[in-house]
Design a protein around this ligand. Structure first.
Ligand SMILES: Nc1nc2c(c(=O)[nH]1)N[C@H]1C(S)=C(S)[C@@H](COP(=O)(O)OP(=O)(O)OC[C@H]3O[C@@H](n4cnc5c(=O)[nH]c(N)nc54)[C@H](O)[C@@H]3O)O[C@H]1N2
Ligand SMILES: Nc1nc2c(c(=O)[nH]1)N[C@H]1C(S)=C(S)[C@@H](COP(=O)(O)OP(=O)(O)OC[C@H]3O[C@@H](n4cnc5c(=O)[nH]c(N)nc54)[C@H](O)[C@@H]3O)O[C@H]1N2
Ligand code: SF4
Ligand SMILES: [Mo]
Length: 729
């Protein structure tokens, strides 16, 4: 039999690389052989994939993932195999009991940016309609919440990139702030190469000389937590050198005077003292940025994951606005979102303050609209709930039972040992996952779910491009989809309608719910996403008539049913998303990190990623080739700092913060500032970086300060010798 080939997308990061899955043999569910093939026609990655994408099918095999529900046995205390009815009955009973004993807000829901749009939508609806709880949030708070808040403030709309990624290759100067995309989105590296081949300049801002920084014409290496001062310092120079674009400021922005006044305090020498970036480098950066005919600023987690991440994003946006580098072709500010559906996951209602279509939960018109689509009285919809870390922090106290879908906070949340204690103190924890993650291992009920290649659904990549991921293989018999889980629970909790298990049916409802909202998907259909090369449709994509769509039965012919809005690859070229169409300057000032070094904790810790592991590692730590490439945690530190500890390369070193201690081998390198150590956060146990991190929150985005805290280093000694090879008899 010929293999069947299905065009689809990678399960992991926000690039959502296109790939073809070839399945040979019958029976699916690991019985067939699943191979990843290049899909050159997909415009974002043009066939290129990183090792994570190439090896993703390994996790479809039954041996590595969950294949049946698990329920904790009251007597043995262990998770034991159970049937689906028993497992779902247990979850529904416990949630209902919590609700009647303590009220609906004692039930919490925690989602993830890896969930498809359909799942994120259904999860938000489940929380608000079935449980009636306000206590829902998701791991996107840990991701791009600060960039989203900063873009909202300035542009009145937040979409990761306001232009297709390929535009990056044609801009005059790219200022890339705290993104290590050579490791976090490797196929995107080609756009940087093309940029430079086209004569464009690349500036990278990162405290480490990363593989990305190696590509740069200019690498600025500020102290972690000082991007705000850096951006203000650059804008100060722009003003001092008379390089502002007065016409653009006058015609397309508001609020410049306050911002100009605020940057005057950030003269270059002062900024050099805060950031450690020498004044001549600041001047070079301004010359490159303003000297080009067009320029862009892209930020990622480096400057965003701070207790002042939103203000920092505002400062970078201000730089774009003052120089007229926004809302014009090949110029603008953008954020490189992170998770597979990091963008769509924050638009359709799993965020504590949001309703589908990027509507605000506090907006009466939004509540009326969504209430109508859901068939409920808008007054019954709860208000905004706690943000992700605050929700985790409330577990066992205000929040007694939790349903968790698509996150592994035992590894990925800040101050993780505390979060782990809070999870253990719950009356009841249910986790829906593909694998037995460290968090699932703490659950009372584990619900095994289908994954990317086993189900259909839409995702929205970092460009705001809505894509169709297609089912290519049959799942193992014992697993169900997240949509089936939610439908099963809703039914048991007395809601028999409104939770379809067919993703397309969910999407049809999502279209109606999003119609007329900022993230309007109403003009998008599965049929349309499957057309041509499947290159997707950029939101906003309204249907012909947003009111009509409530009553309309969608036709199979997309052009007939919904009109033919082309989608919106480029935003803001004519007007910004604010009411008056002008972009808003937001006057901000620098402030120190929530925790600065002192005598007891004299070193800065920053955290991030390596190429071969993904996030909490729940998935990638189970894949052989990836584990070989990145087998465990490490502490990257400069030779001068290593000599002071003292620790030699490869020896264990302890990193201690006010919240905990982590131990990992030292990786000594001149590619990092001498006042800073770096740890990747992909591993649990002794080397868990999040045992150390500071949950100080940004006041606007509620983003925790993952990227800077104060630590001290202690020598531990040589690595223990490897255990003797086991002898076979
Ligand atoms: N291999 C891999 N790829 C991934 C992921 C993964 O886990 N593994 N996760 C995906 C997700 S969800 C996300 S959010 C993205 C994240 O993608 P990135 O933001 O590129 O990843 P990080 O490694 O977290 O951080 C980027 C850089 O920020 C630097 N940095 C640290 N502190 C500061 C600071 O104060 N200022 C500045 N300017 N820079 C600083 C770090 O040294 C690091 O090199 O990656 C996505 N892609
Ligand atoms: N120190 C430090 N900590 C960080 C960061 C950092 O830079 N430094 N970055 C933060 C960022 S940006 C992010 S995005 C978070 C991410 O951290 P997490 O939220 O822990 O993300 P993942 O590890 O991707 O966890 C996703 C879980 O959901 C499961 N899963 C995958 N697909 C599905 C699905 O369709 N349905 C269900 N039910 N489950 C699924 C996976 O198996 C996995 O167990 O980490 C944050 N933590
Ligand atoms: S870059 Fe991201 S989307 Fe592309 S293959 Fe790698 S993990 Fe998958
Ligand atoms: Mo992320």
């Amino acid at each position: 039999m010929h293999p069947t080939v299905t065009p689809t997308h990678c399960p992991y990061c926000a690039l959502q690389c296109g790939m073809n899955l070839s399945v040979s043999g019958t029976g699916g569910a690991g019985a067939g052989v699943v191979t990843v093939l290049e899909r050159e026609s997909f415009p974002v990655n043009r066939g290129a994939l990183c090792g994570k994408g190439r090896t993703a099918p390994e996790l479809l095999a039954p041996g590595l993932r969950l294949t049946g529900p698990l329920v904790r046995d009251a007597r043995s205390g262990r998770l034991e195999p159970a049937g689906w009815d028993e497992a779902l009955d247990r979850v529904a009973e416990k949630l209902a009991a919590t609700r009647s004993a303590y009220g609906a807000d004692a039930c919490g829901v925690f989602g993830g940016g890896g969930l498809t749009n359909e799942k994120a939508y259904a999860l938000g609806k489940f929380a608000r309609v079935v449980l009636g709880t306000s206590q829902i949030d998701y791991n996107g708070r840990f991701c791009m919440a600060s960039a989203a808040a900063g873009q909202q403030r300035a542009f009145g709309l937040d979409r990761g990139l306001p232009f297709p990624l390929a535009d990056v290759a044609r801009t005059g100067c790219l200022l890339l702030v705290g993104s290590n995309l050579a490791e976090t989105m490797p196929p995107a590296l080609r756009y940087l190469t093309e940029l430079r081949a086209n004569g464009g300049r690349l500036i990278v801002v990162d405290p480490r000389r990363t593989r990305t920084a190696e590509q740069a014409d200019l690498h600025l290496a500020p102290r972690p937590g000082t991007d705000l001062a850096l951006a203000l310092g650059l804008l100060h120079l722009v003003v001092a050198q008379g390089r502002t674009d007065e016409e653009f400021i006058r015609d397309r922005t508001s609020g410049w005077e306050e911002t100009r006044a605020a940057v005057m305090a950030h003269w270059p020498e002062h900024v050099e003292r805060i950031t450690g970036v020498p004044v001549p480098r600041l001047r070079e950066a301004v010359a490159m940025f303003c000297g080009a005919a067009s320029s862009m600023v892209l930020t990622a987690r480096g400057p965003e994951q701070h207790a002042k991440g939103t203000d920092t994003v505002s400062a970078w946006i201000n730089l774009c606005l003052a120089t007229g580098r926004a809302g014009r072709p090949l110029s603008g500010y953008g954020c490189l979102t992170g998770q597979g559906n990091g963008q769509g996951g924050r638009e359709h209602g799993q965020k504590a303050d949001q309703l589908p279509g990027y509507r605000k939960l506090t907006d009466p018109a939004a509540r009326r609209h969504v209430g109508r689509v859901w068939g409920v009285d808008p007054d019954t919809l709860p208000g905004p709930g706690r943000s992700a870390y605050e929700l985790l922090d409330a577990l066992g106290n205000e929040v007694k039972s939790l349903l968790l879908m698509g996150s592994n906070p035992v590894v990925s949340a800040p101050r993780a040992a505390h979060v782990e204690r809070r999870l253990r103190s719950l009356d009841f924890l249910a986790v829906a996952d593909v694998v037995l993650s460290e968090t699932a291992a703490l659950a009372d009920v584990v619900l095994p779910v289908t994954q990317w290649a086993e189900e259909t659904g839409t995702v929205t990549n970092l460009e705001g491009r809505v894509l169709l991921r297609r089912r290519a293989v049959d799942p193992p018999a014992g697993v169900r989809s997240d949509l089936e889980v939610l439908a099963g629970l809703a039914g048991r909790l007395g809601v028999d309608r409104g939770f379809p298990v067919d993703p397309e049916e969910v999407f049809e409802e999502l279209r109606r719910a999003s119609a007329g909202g900022p993230a309007d998907y109403s003009g998008i259909t599965y049929g349309r996403l499957a057309e041509g090369e499947g290159e997707g449709v950029f939101w906003p994509c309204p249907s012909g008539n947003p009111n009509e769509i409530h009553t309309q039965i969608p036709s199979d012919d997309p052009s007939e049913a919904v009109g033919v809005h082309p989608g919106t690859p480029r935003l803001f070229l004519d007007r910004f998303g604010t009411e008056d169409g002008r972009a808003r300057f937001v006057a901000v000032g620098h402030r120190p990190a929530a925790e600065e070094p002192d005598a007891e904790f004299p070193v800065l810790l920053t955290t991030g990623r390596v190429l071969a592991q993904y996030q909490s590692g729940a998935q990638t730590r189970r894949v052989g080739a990836l584990n070989e490439a990145a087998p465990g945690p490490f502490v990257q530190l400069h030779p001068r700092l290593a000599a002071r500890v003292p620790v030699a390369d490869g020896e264990l070193v302890a990193v201690v913060s006010r919240r905990g201690r982590a131990v990992a081998p030292a990786r000594i390198s001149t590619d990092i500032r001498a006042d800073t150590v770096f740890m990747p956060f992909h591993w649990p146990g002794e080397g868990r970086a999040n045992s150390l991190t500071n949950p100080a929150l940004d006041p606007t985005s509620r983003m925790p300060e993952f990227k800077v805290c104060a630590v001290r280093l202690e020598p531990v000694g040589p690595l223990p010798p490897p255990p003797p090879a086991s002898r076979r008899s």
